[in-house]
Write a protein that binds this ligand. Structure first.
Ligand code: SF4
Length: 252
């Protein structure tokens, strides 16, 4: 891999994995490794076989890297002692349950909003065409409106599962936030992950807000969905009050 690039350390661990919209692709080691391995991270139509071949190759590389580091550190990874994993604290366990419940409700609401309103959206599409035909709206405005709706739907769908999965990871790291191996608790994996959860929630809330402005008829549903996100956000804020100080030092 090229050594001349100024990579941002670990950026791919605390990002939203939406490479298509990322302004740091040239400073992300993970992205560049894919490119150099002949994979286009922005291409969406790889066959299953191509994906699994790539995954196996990357896995083999990762194992080799681990083995190399282990040798350098004098560790025999084929004969590691049994380590008993510490059970999560009560705080982590109860947070996990609370977040799971809210997140599952959010998934259900979000999914049913798009599934149950298919004919509503279709009707709205016809309405837009009629408005253009009657000269009450320009074609450009109608196209722009539906592009905006599609874009917001894409944002909502991208983050729907992501925020819950990432929150579980943040909670998992809560018990070791004060360990010496971090540059302070605010730079722990948990806090850094919480930052990306906040980004996912805030972008989703903004997207739902646009949906609300565009489809006021769906106010009740959307407000309830926003309320769930707002509850989720409050938990993240209360649990990780210093989320905004977390690295990497980039503006998403
Ligand atoms: S940092 Fe950007 S380029 Fe790298 S994995 Fe994340 S989204 Fe993709």
């Amino acid at each position: 891999m090229s050594e001349s690039k100024s990579y941002i350390e670990g950026i791919h661990n605390w990002c939203d994995r939406w490479c298509e919209h990322c302004k740091y692709t040239d400073r992300c080691m993970s992205f560049q490794m894919e490119v150099e391995a002949g994979i286009d991270p922005l291409k969406k139509d790889y066959t299953d076989e191509e994906i699994w071949t790539h995954v196996s190759k990357r896995l083999a590389e990762a194992l080799e890297l681990v083995r190399k580091h282990a040798v350098e550190m004098g560790i025999d990874i084929d004969n590691l002692p049994e380590v008993e994993e510490e059970p999560p604290s009560e705080k982590a366990t109860s947070l996990k349950e609370r977040c799971n419940t809210i997140h599952q409700s959010y998934i259900d609401r979000s999914r049913s909003f798009f599934e149950e309103n298919k004919s509503f959206f279709k009707e709205k599409g016809h309405e837009s065409i009629q408005w253009v035909e009657m000269g009450l709206s320009s074609e450009e405005d109608a196209v722009a409106l539906w592009q905006k709706v599609n874009k917001q739907a894409e944002v909502i769908q991208w983050y729907t599962f992501f925020m819950g999965v990432k929150m579980q990871r943040a909670i998992k790291g809560i018990d070791d936030m004060d360990e010496d191996f971090w540059d302070g608790p605010e730079q722990s994996d948990a806090n850094r992950t919480a930052r990306i959860v906040m980004l996912a929630i805030d972008r989703s809330m903004a997207a739902w807000r646009v949906m609300l402005d565009t489809f006021p008829e769906k106010e009740e549903d959307i407000i309830q969905t926003l309320a769930l996100l707002s509850r989720f956000r409050r938990i993240v804020e209360e649990t990780f009050p210093r989320w905004a100080e977390a690295g990497p030092d980039v503006e998403w």
